[in-house]
Each structure stands twice: as structure tokens, then as C-alpha cells.
Design a protein around this ligand. Structure first.
Ligand SMILES: NC(=O)c1ccc[n+]([C@@H]2O[C@H](COP(=O)([O-])OP(=O)(O)OC[C@H]3O[C@@H](n4cnc5c(N)ncnc54)[C@H](O)[C@@H]3O)[C@@H](O)[C@H]2O)c1
Length: 387
């Protein structure tokens, strides 16, 4: 028997429900409530979901939506199941340890899980490591992406609602001078083995769309920061070295400019593109937060001086150490996100000032997550000085 309920004021601005209606108990809803959008109940594979951005996406999908998530991850040095602890007990979350280069394992993952979509984030992601050892970058980022595309193609042919979303970087566009922004039409000009491997994977994804009709979406995002970021990357490295009283390495003169985006804003963009993006299209993601590397380091030092003053009263900035520049170091990245904002309505929530403060606080409060990594996997040593 069905019952009728008149309930007002329970719908969030983004269309999500702020209260759960007991529909399963037979209530009918008439016109007042926008249900969560279709995307949010999709079955989603997240490759690289034990990494920094993939885990943020998986946590969001399980925690804040009705999606069912399978994380597929090889668990390289950068993968960490502790980053998924918050959602590990959910019946809508599962994990498969597998290499995306393994065609049989990927075919089986598709057949078993039956995804509506895949968010492909698995990659080797650190430029300095790509300088020391490019082979693994070619294998995972290029061969792995081609392998996944083949599994996805076979799956899509029998399941036409399926979409393949490829997560990429602004580094494929190369380096800007003092002026200008990367748009979706900027020609590719990668300089590092990392960015060249990501550029190759983008080309493969586009080719599978243009040749076979696979419904693909590509996003090229600027530098991310936020919680659960592996401490080889600039922001967590500086926070943790500062807390340990170690030198804060700044490459060259610290003049290289990056366009920083909080990982939660990237995740929101990924979900929006998955839901509303046009297959075959590319969307650039960035929040107009350009800073030189030196400015980023100085900002972190100022926040730490306030939140965790040093015993001797000196500023953390006294630990700044200028070191030999990275070979082939791109001068400036900056994203023009107009297409994503105008066509899909994306808008970042965090400014750099609010996001970086929240991030420093997170590292201060969550040493359970980063201390084992610093002790067992990576203690902050210099990587990527070409021989
Ligand atoms: N971090 C950024 O600032 C940024 C910006 C734009 C785009 N991206 C892209 O986003 C994606 C995720 O970046 P991230 O910073 O979270 O990377 P990350 O290094 O933190 O995580 C990568 C994950 O991929 C997994 N992985 C690596 N090789 C694999 C393989 N062969 N098979 C299965 N899993 C494998 C790792 O175990 C890890 O969990 C990457 O594709 C990267 O190019 C990153």
C-alpha cells in the first residue's frame, strides 16, 4: 500500500537530498524533491583509487552519493589502502588489486563488476621519478591506458550507456611564458617523460572515440593539493620536512608557477563532467590560483609559524634551501577553465588561501596516515636529477 507525504525544504542547492525519504517503505513523492542525479547511483570503476586523487574521488562517491564503487589499483609505492579506510566498510565499496596492463584481469573486472562508467586515474604521476626511470611511466600510462581502452570497448559494445573518463594533466600542454592560459585548443607540447606519457594516453583515448565511437571524456587538470597527498610532492613534502626540522627544497630560484586546485574541487569537476559532459570532448580544470613555488613554500611556513610555532621562536622559512633545478622544468602552467564553467556550471569552492590552510591543518592532525609513509616508503630525499 502506498502512502503520500508532503515534505518541503529538504533539497540542497546542488539537487541532492538533505533528508532521506523512506521510499522503500512505500512513500510516493510528487514534484517537490529532486532526487540525486542519475550519475550518483552509477556503478563506477575507479582505477588508481588508492592514490591521492582517486581515493578522494572514491571517498566522495561512496560517502556523498549513491554510487557503487570498485577501486582497481596495483598498490605501487603511491597506492595506500589507508586512504580508503573511511569507506572500506561500505557495502557500496569494493577493492581489486590488479595491474591495468593485465588485459585478462581488466576484462574480468568489467565482466564481474558491470560498470556504467570508469574513472581512469591509475598512473605513474611524479615528474621527478619519470626522469629517473621513464620505463614504468610508458608501461602504466601508455600501455595500461591502451589495455583499459580495449576492455572498455568490448564492454561498451554490449552496454551502450557506458562512458570512459580519462583523467589527465595540464602538463601535456608544455610551458607558458609570463602571459596566457592553456585552453582545450592549446597544442600539445610535453617536456618530461611523465607529461609525454600522459599526452600519449590522451591521444589514445581520443583515437578510441574517433575510430571506434567509444564515448570518452577527458579532463586536463592543474596541480592538485589536499589531504592524503603522497609526501614526495611539493606541498606535503614542505609541510612534513618543516615539522621534522629538515631543509625545505626549492628548485632553482623557486620562480616556476603552478596553478593550484584543491582535490575536492577536482573531484567535483570529475563528477560533473561524467554526468553532463559531451562524449568526445575535453574539459580543462583549474581554479586560477597561480603561485610561484617559492610563494607556496613561504605560505606554508607562515601557516605553520602560526599553528605550530617552533620551540626556538624562529620561522620555518629559515629552513628554505635552494637546490639544483629540475631538468626540463616547465616555467609556468595556468588553466583557462571557461568551458567547464560556462557549459557545465562548475565553480571551485576553495581559494588557495582557504585550501592550503585546511591542508596544513589536516597534516598536523593526521600523522597516523603520513608517518608510516615517511618511515617506510619515502623520507624526503631528492629525486629526478638527470644523470
Ligand atoms: N596530482 C596532480 O596534481 C594531478 C593533476 C592533474 C592530473 N593528475 C592525474 O590524476 C591521476 C591521479 O593522480 P594522483 O596524483 O592521484 O596519482 P598517485 O600517484 O597519487 O596515484 C596513482 C595510483 O595509481 C596506482 N597505479 C600505478 N600504476 C598502476 C598500474 N599499473 N595498475 C593499477 N594501478 C596503478 C598507484 O598504486 C596509485 O594508487 C593521474 O593520472 C595523474 O596523471 C594528477
Amino acid at each position: 500500500m502506498s502512502k503520500k507525504a508532503l515534505i518541503t525544504g529538504i533539497t540542497g542547492q546542488d539537487g541532492s537530498c538533505l533528508a532521506e525519504l523512506p521510499l522503500s517503505k512505500g512513500y510516493e513523492v510528487h514534484g517537490l524533491v529532486r532526487r540525486r542525479s542519475s550519475m550518483f547511483s552509477k556503478r563506477c570503476i575507479v582505477t588508481g583509487g588508492a592514490g591521492f586523487i582517486g581515493s578522494a574521488l572514491a571517498r566522495h562517491l561512496v560517502r556523498d552519493t549513491e554510487a557503487t564503487v570498485l577501486v582497481v589499483d596495483k598498490l605501487t609505492y603511491a597506492g595506500n589502502l589507508e586512504s580508503l579506510k573511511e569507506v572500506a566498510d561500505s557495502p557500496r565499496y569494493s577493492f581489486l588489486q590488479a595491474d591495468i596492463c593485465d588485459q585478462a584481469a581488466m576484462d574480468k573486472a568489467f565482466a564481474d563488476f558491470k560498470p556504467d562508467t570508469i574513472f581512469h586515474l591509475a598512473a605513474e604521476s611524479h615528474v621527478d621519478r619519470s626522469i629517473d626511470g621513464p620505463g614504468e611511466f610508458i608501461r602504466t600510462n601508455v600501455v595500461g591506458t591502451a589495455t583499459l581502452l580495449q576492455s572498455a570497448l568490448a564492454w561498451w559494445r554490449a552496454n551502450p550507456q557506458f562512458r570512459f573518463q580519462h583523467i589527465s594533466t595540464d602538463e601535456v600542454y608544455g610551458s607558458l611564458g609570463a602571459e596566457g592560459f592553456f585552453t582545450e585548443k592549446t597544442p600539445y607540447a610535453p617536456h618530461s617523460p611523465y607529461s609525454a606519457s600522459k599526452a600519449s594516453s590522451d591521444h589514445l583515448v581520443r583515437a578510441w572515440h574517433d575510430t571506434y565511437g567509444l564515448p570518452t571524456l577527458i579532463t586536463n587538470c592543474s596541480n592538485n593539493y589536499g589531504p592524503y597527498h603522497f609526501p614526495e610532492k611539493l606541498i606535503p613534502l614542505v609541510i612534513l620536512n618543516a615539522l621534522d626540522g629538515k631543509p625545505l627544497p626549492v628548485y632553482g630560484a623557486g620562480a616556476n608557477v603552478r596553478d593550484w586546485l584543491h582535490v575536492e574541487d577536482h573531484v567535483a569537476a570529475l563528477c560533473l563532467v561524467n554526468e553532463k559532459g559531451t562524449p568526445g570532448e575535453t574539459y580543462n580544470v583549474g581554479g586560477h590560483n597561480e603561485r610561484t613555488n617559492l610563494e607556496v613554500v613561504q605560505t606554508i611556513c607562515r601557516i605553520l609559524d602560526e599553528l605550530r610555532p617552533r620551540a626556538d621562536g624562529s620561522s620555518y622559512e629559515s629552513l628554505v634551501t635552494f637546490v639544483k633545478d629540475r631538468p626540463g622544468h616547465d616555467l609556468r602552467y595556468a588553466i583557462d577553465p571557461t568551458k567547464l564553467m560556462d557549459e557545465l556550471g562548475w565553480k571551485p569552492k576553495h581559494t588557495f588561501d582557504t585550501g592550503i590552510r585546511a591542508t596544513v591543518r589536516w597534516y598536523l592532525e593526521n600523522d597516523w596516515w603520513w608517518r608510516p609513509i615517511r618511515e617506510a616508503k619515502y623520507a624526503g630525499q631528492r629525486l629526478g636529477v638527470a644523470k
